[in-house]
Design a protein around this ligand. Sequence first.
Ligand code: ZN
Length: 404
Amino acid sequence: MTKWMMMAGLVISMAGRPAGAIDLVFDYSLDTYEFSDGTVGFFNKFPEAKADLELAGRVFERFQDNLAAIEPSSTADPIDVDPFTGPYDVWAALISHPGTGQSNYRIAGLTIAEDTVVVYAGGRNLGGSTLGVGGGGGYSTFVGTEFETTLKTRGQGTIDEVTGVDAVEIAPWGGSISFDTVDGSGAERLWNFGAAPTSADVDKSDFLSVAIHELAHLMGFSFSTPSFANQVSGGQFTGAAAEYYNDGPVALAGDLSHFAEGTLSEVRGVTQETAMDPTLRSLNGISDRKLFTDLDYAVMRDLGWMVPLIGDANVDGSVDIADLVRLSQNFGVDEGVDWIEGDFNLDGIVDIADLVLLSQNYGQEDPLSPSSASVNAASTPEPGTLGMLGAITMLIAKRRRRMC
Ligand SMILES: [Zn+2]
């Protein structure tokens, strides 16, 4: 009897374990591309790109999930380990090298902390009009070990739940992203950093927009992610959250890893082309700035990420007095604060900016939370609005550059 009660208690305490904020760690050690002026590394050539990449990372650092640490017993590459004697808890990360494009580039013995995703960032000539590429990494290890299970699931569920044909979860260790250095004409690619592009930034592509897009691929927005692929049917994405925000299944591009060209959604109530359609438009040479829309976030939810409402510090599906209390208890704190302490813009301090974000969303209920009373389609764009925007897009010729 006592034993059963203890087990029940254990289950409850695990369910009540506070979610952890995901931390993206950027690694520039493979940023090895040499520019024609001799500068080595995209992020050395454009130092301001690092701040933009960190900012893009915050889109995903809002996610509240627990990812188990990856702690190999040594830094040995499994291909160098005696298969009869081990050790078997060793691995090599496999990525597309951001500086050279080499596929299955091996990085042996990475230790990755709890709740952390590692992003190898760099630049190279991606060819043509492609602005960026990004994707999750693979791994090499001994199969069938407990260590492999951790690599696959990071404690997010069973192997089937994370990698099976009915996967409902996601648990990446990380991957790589790369940004273009040479445009389609052979000249150096021009990038816009910092504030959104203006008429002073003609022919520059908006780095923040591309960074958000490529990081989303790395975080699972891709047909190669099991929990993505099993929600694709007839060229459409059919996840519940995505269908809610799109008022039905979402048409995908031919590669099944992007929304169809021109798919619209909203950023805080303002209509915008989704971050995850295949291109970044420019009008009269001025690049769009695309942030992560409701529909982009919805897909990430469908993949298994826990995406709280802005202002929902305790991640219970509603923005209410409990969240306000949390924020006020931490007001002014600038050390060790994260989402669950009320730092909603993830800038490292709980301050008036966070209070403003909370108050803008005060009273909101997550429409997809099980505890929510009703589901309404208030935030779905009306067909009339969509039609008008479609017409405008056709009338004004826009140049599009590809994001992969
Ligand atoms: Zn893409």
